[in-house]
Design a protein around this ligand. Structure first.
Ligand code: ATP
Length: 327
């Protein structure tokens, strides 16, 4: 059901000359969800986001927000706001003036702007930095300011283009938690572009996987991870094997593949890689048909009976762990 502020993409297409960057994409983003647009470099996710924001005109198709076609409205009148990868803060303006810049453009007076900026900075825990300049802030702090600046326009949909990619790994995880908290507190739709599977799994209510200018699969994070429909989605999300069996191709999670004696296995193979990963050991097995299959064994279990490279093993699994995929 379409509720008041759902966002719909209808046959949305973008061409750059002959090149098709986004190919007739249809999708329905539900209000108040955290959605991640996930895909490899060049798949069209940023172009899709920029069209939603109004920074890029569609070649065909439309963008409908809350039942109204916003495809040709200027960015500031759509009910969306965008936070850029580079944060794009004005270097000569204070934090407070950066955050309230759009209100100045609308003619809001200075005391009201300062008050509103203060509220937004409080929301992102940056109220004590209101008078600093952007270059007096760390990367993580600049990002919070950029978030406050996007949120001050009261958007129904916040668009985030690789918002965590400039941060170091530790800060990235902290900001991830912050983004999720903000989204839940505000109750608005977030659409977050990323090429990181971990990020999408950690944040998203809904994951939308793009490849080659189209959506390959969309759904709740656990559903997409546990039941990938195509070989691409299974491999891109990681943690899966795609096995060719006589009755078709199937995705199976590496932790659902068990090692057995050669006699007991459903497939036979040879161990060609053993990697210690801390909590588990990752084994790579070359099986019939030259297919490489990864199996994860919990650390303690593996070291009860460690293996040698080159040893023959059997592979077994429960049929319920197999998901048919198209290749
Ligand atoms: N302004 C442009 N002019 C011409 N081609 C473009 C332009 N912007 C993007 N493209 C092309 O459109 C395709 C999709 O680009 P897009 O930036 O949307 O991909 P992406 O999935 O966001 O990739 P990345 O993760 O690398 O940013 C690419 O092939 C890209 O080269």
């Amino acid at each position: 059901m379409t509720t008041g502020q759902d966002l719909e993409l209808v046959s949305l297409t973008k061409r750059y000359g002959e090149a098709l960057a986004v190919d007739s994409v249809d999708h329905h983003f539900r209000k108040g969800q955290y959605a991640c647009l996930l895909g490899p470099s060049g798949c069209g996710k940023s172009t899709t986001l920029r069209m939603i924001a109004g920074h890029e005109d569609p070649s065909e198709g439309s963008i409908v927000l809350g039942g109204a076609d916003v495809s040709w409205l200027p960015p500031a009148r759509r009910g969306t706001a965008m936070m850029f990868q580079s944060y794009a803060l004005f270097p000569h303006l204070s934090v407070s003036d950066n955050v309230s810049f759009s209100l100045k453009m609308k003619g809001v007076d200075a005391p009201e702007r300062r008050k509103k900026a203060g509220e937004m900075l409080e929301l992102v825990h940056m109220d004590q930095y209101a008078d600093r300049l952007p270059d007096q802030l760390s990367g993580g702090q600049q990002q919070r300011v950029a978030l406050a600046r996007a949120l001050i326009t009261n958007p129904q949909v916040l668009l985030l283009d690789e918002p965590l990619s400039a941060l170091d790994p530790f800060l990235r995880i902290r900001m991830r938690t912050e983004l999720k908290r903000l989204q839940q507190e505000l109750g608005i739709t977030f659409i977050h572009v990323t090429h990181s599977q971990d990020e999408a799994l950690a944040l998203a209510d809904e994951i939308v996987v793009m490849n080659n200018a189209v959506i390959e699969q969309a759904g709740p994070a656990r559903e997409v991870f546990n039941a990938p429909k195509t070989e691409f989605v299974a491999r891109f999300l990681g943690g899966h094997n795609v096995i060719a069996l006589p009755h078709g191709h199937f995705a199976i999670r590496s932790d659902k593949v068990a090692l057995t004696s050669t006699a007991e296995g459903r497939l036979g193979g040879q161990v060609i890689g053993i990697e210690y990963q801390g909590a588990y050991v990752l084994l790579t097995i070359r099986a019939a048909g030259d297919q490489e299959i990864a199996a994860i064994v919990p650390e303690e279990k593996y070291f009860e009976n460690p293996m040698q490279q080159g040893v023959d093993v059997g592979l077994s699994w429960d049929d319920s762990a197999l998901h048919p995929v198209s290749v």
